[in-house]
Write a protein that binds this ligand. Sequence first.
Ligand code: NDP
Length: 349
Amino acid sequence: MPAWVIDSYGGNDVLRYTTNASFPIIHYPNEVIVRVHAAGLNPLDVSMRGGYGAASLSMKRDPMNLQQKGSEFPLILGRDVSGVIMECGLDVKYFKEGDEVWAAIPPWKRGSLAEFVVLSANEISHKPKTLSHSDAASLPYVGATAWSALVHTGGLTKENCAKKRILILGGSGGVGTFSIQMLKAWGGHVTVTCSQSAEPLVRGLGADHVVDYTAGPVEVALSTLEKFDMILDNIGGDTESWALGLLKPWSGAKYVTLVTPFLQNTDLLGVADGMMQTSITVVSKVLKHLWKGVHYRWGFFIPNGLALEDISEMIRAVVEAEFPFSQVPQAFQKMQEGHARGKTVVHVA
Ligand code: NDP
């Protein structure tokens, strides 16, 4: 089948178009084969193209370590999909052939930059009829990540979010534009950091207060504001050194960062030592902040077909760039240049 694959890790030049990729096979009775109409890209695709996470993702694909190094190649990237079910496994009850579905594809599975992809039924949802395939392919991965970070890790819900003060560091990209809408739909008060050129976008999505991080030290501007109940950090780096001081102490307030060294540690140190290092790092940070009365957490993408159904009612897609299937390298180039204002999508069929 037609697909974009990589045969080694590297820059954009490792992306190779083929009409000869192996057709996906249903291995378990709860799986479906989806004909891809549109594929969404995420920063993770650019990182994975360069080898990020290779050690732990290989372990997830081959837990017994039976296969040779490099057995993941040819690797198909692309974490978001919107398409139509072509075939269902014997145990699949909730979906049938011809259903339009959308999904976020876990990073250890073959991705959506291909004509077909195989997924388990619990990873997919019926695509809302109101969304085009292109819009639908822009939402699942950032949606599942935002849901996991804000709801599972941050403890926010439809019922308890009203009037809470939430700070989103990095509001103009994929996760940020999604999170603003979700929190506003739940009645939260949302402050966002972004560059000045992104202010109209984030205000249009409902942000109550916007701080331009390019206008001077952002932590100084933020420290003049009333303290927050929750911070979602999409930026990382040195933000940890000042952001937790912006939380209301001794009130259950949480800082959740999506930028963690988890996969980097296993890439550098191997799976066992990397996981040990990760545990030491996270436990020491949690304890360091706990005695100051605030909670420090790491957030991760978790596939969640059911959350997609809830999400679809409250969110509009923010698609910044669309590319034909022949221009996947150009789509990666766009992602790599940064300064996202929403999502990048590839039309596959
Ligand atoms: P995007 O690339 O879509 O967006 C990043 C945005 O941040 C851009 O709009 C950029 O615009 C803006 N930005 C850059 N620097 C700053 C800054 N200092 N302050 C405020 N805004 C800034 O990324 P995503 O939203 O998809 O993902 C966000 C982060 O979360 C990424 O690092 C990603 O790898 C991570 N992530 C982690 C997951 C996990 O499982 N842990 C899952 C999903 C994402 P501009 O440069 O023009 O300001």
